[in-house]
Write a protein that binds this ligand. Structure first.
Ligand SMILES: *Cc1c(COP(=O)(O)O)cnc(C)c1O
Length: 328
């Protein structure tokens, strides 16, 4: 099977490391894949999806990338970085009720990279972000630019192939390392990372268990969403594979106070993990994801997961705007 073309941007393959002290602590065999090392400016999972989405933009002759996300969106920051790296322009539609918010974390990096930032309210974001991005696309056209719209998280039929390709990478690393990963665990925010991994899991017959920990919405919401994205990619490539919604595994219960809001136990976990393994998780995704896995393992809620591979999907810049939560 041939994947669509992509622009090579990320630093790949990313390393896989064994978490010896953390594994002992939770009584399981846990490895970590360092997708936080896909790049400095690109750091995290979004650049893998952007490699495919941006190729489509270039194929269509576009010179501007438009996308959207929360004010601390890693996806938007990665899009701004990719655009600047390729000599394209970027327009970011960021969700924040305070439109005067001081640039910090990812939003600060967006500014350094020269992205054109438009801040909209949570309501506008929820109800009309698509129309707002289309209006910006028209604006670009009037200026003689051609803009390509990337949906939230690049979680769609095309961005999805970033994590299909990542699964192929994991498979070849398994051969190199002489290890089989029975379970892959990730945080789920817009569903594309899960969808790409699971599509590859099915197409390549790998029989792995992919376990997602949702950081917003509900397990049901993501099962629908992931199933939909997988179906769209399947259709796009004309793949002959059977997909089942009930094979999508999401551990619900770790959204906590809501998207991008932290509970003290999550912050404590991030600090503890940093001091145990020397690896820093982010408060919005990976901190909740690994905290969820760790809690479920400690409570004995999970069947034997065999060798577990947790993918560190990045997000470090998101730590800075919430620095006061870490003071003490
Ligand atoms: C976006 C993001 C995720 C979630 O990936 P989705 O494909 O949106 O589900 C996980 N971790 C980090 C750090 C992210 O930025």
């Amino acid at each position: 099977m041939k994947l669509p073309n992509h622009v090579a941007l990320a630093n790949l393959p990313t390393r896989i490391e064994y978490l010896s002290r953390f594994s002992k602590e939770v009584g399981a065999n846990i490895y970590i894949k360092r997708d936080d090392f896909t790049g400095g400016e690109f750091s995290g999972n979004k650049v893998r999806k952007l490699e495919f989405a941006v190729q489509e933009a270039l194929d269509r002759g576009c010179n501007t990338l438009i996308t959207c996300g929360g004010i601390q969106s890693n996806h938007c920051r990665a899009t701004a970085a990719v655009a600047a790296r390729l000599g394209l322009k970027s327009v970011l539609v960021l969700r924040n009720n305070d439109t005067e918010v001081k640039p910090d974390g990812n939003y600060f990096i967006d500014k350094v990279l020269g992205a054109d930032v438009r801040i909209i309210s949570a309501d506008e974001y929820k109800n009309e972000r698509k129309e707002i991005m289309e209006k910006i696309q028209e604006e670009c056209k009037a200026k003689g630019d051609k803009a390509y719209i990337i949906p939230e998280g690049a979680s769609n039929y095309i961005g999805n192939f970033g994590y299909f390709k990542c699964m192929e990478e994991i498979k070849s690393q398994e051969e190199e390392l002489g290890i089989v990963f029975d379970t892959i665990v990730i945080a789920v925010g817009s569903g594309g990372t899960y969808a790409g991994l699971q599509l590859a899991n099915k197409v390549l017959n790998l029989n792995k268990k992919i376990l997602g920990v949702n950081v917003c919405d509900t397990a049901d919401f993501f099962k629908d969403r992931i199933y939909e994205i997988m179906g769209d990619s399947k259709e796009y490539l004309g793949l002959d594979v059977e997909l089942h919604r009930e094979e999508i595994n999401i551990i619900d219960g770790y959204v906590g106070r809501g998207y991008a809001l932290s509970r003290p136990e999550e912050i404590e976990f991030i600090k503890h993990f940093a001091r145990t393994e020397g690896i820093i998780l982010d408060p919005v995704y990976t901190g909740k994801g690994l905290y969820g896995l760790s809690s479920e393992l400690k409570e004995g809620n999970l069947e034997d997961l065999g060798n577990i591979l947790f993918i560190h999907t990045g997000g470090l810049y998101g730590l800075f705007p919430v620095r006061e939560l870490f003071e003490n």
